[in-house]
Design a protein. Structure first.
Length: 122
């Protein structure tokens, strides 16, 4: 079973994404900020990370850069999807530069979420 790490400070979005992905047979771990992502990665392996861009403590852009800079090459290469409510503030180039593989705009299209997660974890 593929393991998904979701970092999202909105409980509503977190819970919806969790239910939808669990229904698709993914194992979900959810955290509230980028620092918690790094803490989880230190303890465990994941197949993909979904990162909200606007989070307290450490935002998604800083977290993505930190993941790509990890000394463990496997963890540094984990696919990451940016989730953003203000996609106009960033271009795909910005996301790619930070290390993201793809991005999803809010409000989330859950079909697109499932499609992207599956595509990046096959």
């Amino acid at each position: 079973m593929k393991k998904v790490l979701i970092a999202e400070d909105s409980s509503v979005i977190q819970n919806l994404a969790k239910k939808i992905l669990e229904f698709q047979n993914f194992e979900i771990h959810a955290v509230k900020n980028g620092q918690q992502v790094l803490d989880e990665l230190a303890k465990s392996d994941f197949d993909i990370i979904l990162l909200d861009i606007n989070m307290p403590v450490m935002d998604g852009m800083d977290c993505a850069r930190a993941v790509r800079a990890l000394s463990d090459p496997t963890k540094a290469a984990i696919p990451m999807i940016a989730i953003t409510g203000n996609a106009r503030n960033y271009s795909m180039e910005d996301f790619k530069a930070a290390g993201f593989n793809d991005f999803l705009a809010k409000p989330l299209n859950f079909d697109a979420l499932v499609t992207q997660v599956k595509a990046l974890t096959e």
